[in-house]
Design a protein around this ligand. Structure first.
Ligand code: ASP
Ligand code: MG
Length: 407
């Protein structure tokens, strides 16, 4: 007999949001199982339950303990995995659901952002041998003290990738409510195209720049262990996008996609004394406050004073402002200004490594369309510009066209 394929299938919250969708998912899983595969399924919590749990907790306390939050948040996935197992059994197939703890997902002790250390997976292999479809609750594990932990928002993706590694799976399929990864957000640009494949690096860049199809950490893990991912729709059989190490093409195309992030704010600290150690103090303080600083710009100074601007996630604004004001007072700097009227538009592509003139094309396209650039940052495979929020959609549209991504 031919060796069985092992498939890990992950379904996000919207794919299991109600009874009909759970039944649809169950049929989809059975289809895969009956073509002689071992199937392990990872599910997220139904619809927006995780957000709802969080809201509930914050109605009771401004500062709920992280341990209790993980106890709470982990229950959503436990509900959906049992329901999917019930739906499969109702259709006449053998299934069994497990919590993270039961499949031996061992993590460190960092509540709400725990890292997976090992997965035993023994009970999954035993269930496979009994012909069962295995459904695993995503987003959770236990630490060495047997405390329940969660893996950070969107963490079911990580569970799926880690399971694929532990089971030596042939493919890890990520089912979602879109049909794959697009050149840009199809809600903004009508002729955005679905990509057949994209590299881990590009996908990582897109995820960190605001294209929220998969949790960034899960892509890092997939990259590290070279686990091919297939992002596809739970509602159609259409092939989605493969995320792979290297593209089959002989030469990289220069730009693969355009992303937009409107969830950042800009903070500027004016008239900073231009002397050694100032940036270290400022960003030391800001990082101690737990703020994830993104883009930093320091203006050239002719007067022994400079302005320093940085961007950070909107959610961190008040923490960032407090920390910055504290430093400003200490070092004798001027005003601290904030702006939420910003957007980050970025182009991403592995081919940037070997093509030149891409930045120039980007800047000229924005200029031709009277879009002012406020800050710029680059990585090996991306260029980002901070612009006014009102120009955001227009910028995405003109850049998508300039790099001929609709073709
Ligand atoms: N339910 C969790 C969340 O909403 C985990 C996940 O969806 O992957 O973040
Ligand atoms: Mg979710």
């Amino acid at each position: 007999m031919k060796k069985k394929f092992t498939v890990v299938m992950k379904f996000g919250g919207s794919s299991v949001a109600n009874v009909e969708r759970i039944q649809n998912v169950a049929r989809r899983i059975i289809d895969t199982k009956t073509t002689n595969n071992n199937v392990a399924v990872v599910v997220s919590a139904m619809g927006d339950t995780t957000d709802e749990f969080e809201e509930l907790a914050f109605k009771l306390s401004k500062n709920p303990s992280t341990r209790e939050m993980d106890m709470l948040m982990s229950t959503g996935e436990q509900i959906s995995c049992a329901l999917v197992a019930i739906a499969i059994e109702e259709l006449g197939h053998k299934a069994i659901s497990f919590t993270g703890n039961q499949v031996g997902i061992l993590t460190d002790g960092e509540y709400s952002k725990a890292k997976i250390q090992t997965i035993s997976g023994d009970c999954i292999k035993k269930a496979f041998a009994e012909g069962k479809i295995v459904i695993v609750a995503g987003f959770q594990g236990v630490d060495s003290k047997n405390e329940i932990t969660t893996l950070g928002r969107g963490g079911s993706d990580l569970t799926a990738v880690a399971l694929a590694k532990a089971l030596d799976a042939d493919v890890c399929e990520i089912f979602t409510d879109v049909t794959g990864i697009y050149t840009t957000d199809p809600r903004i640009v009508k002729d955005a195209k679905k990509l057949k494949e994209i590299t881990f690096d590009e996908m990582l860049e897109m995820a960190s720049l605001g294209a929220q199809v998969m949790q960034a950490r899960s892509i890092e893990v997939a990259k590290r262990f070279n686990i091919p991912l297939h992002v596809r729709s739970s509602l159609s059989k259409e092939e989605g996008t493969m995320i792979v190490k290297k593209l089959e093409k002989i030469e990289d195309i220069c730009v693969t996609g355009v992303t937009l992030n409107k969830n950042e704010v800009k903070i500027t600290i004016c008239a900073v004394p231009d002397k050694p150690g100032i940036a270290a103090q400022l960003f030391g303080e800001v990082s101690k406050a737990g703020v994830n600083v993104d883009l930093i710009v320091q203006n050239v100074s002719h007067t022994k004073q400079t302005d320093i601007s940085f961007t950070a996630p909107k959610a961190d604004l008040s923490k960032a402002l407090d920390a910055t004001r504290k430093v400003a007072a200490k070092i004798g700097a001027g005003d601290v200004l904030e702006s939420s009227n910003i957007a980050r538009v970025s182009i991403v592509g592995s081919g940037m490594r070997s093509h030149h003139g891409i930045a120039a094309t980007m800047f000229k396209t924005l200029a031709d369309n009277k879009i002012n650039i406020d800050m710029i940052s680059t990585s090996e495979i991306s260029i980002s510009c901070i612009i006014n929020k009102e120009d955001a959609e227009k910028a995405v549209t003109v850049l998508h066209k300039a790099f001929e991504l609709e073709k």
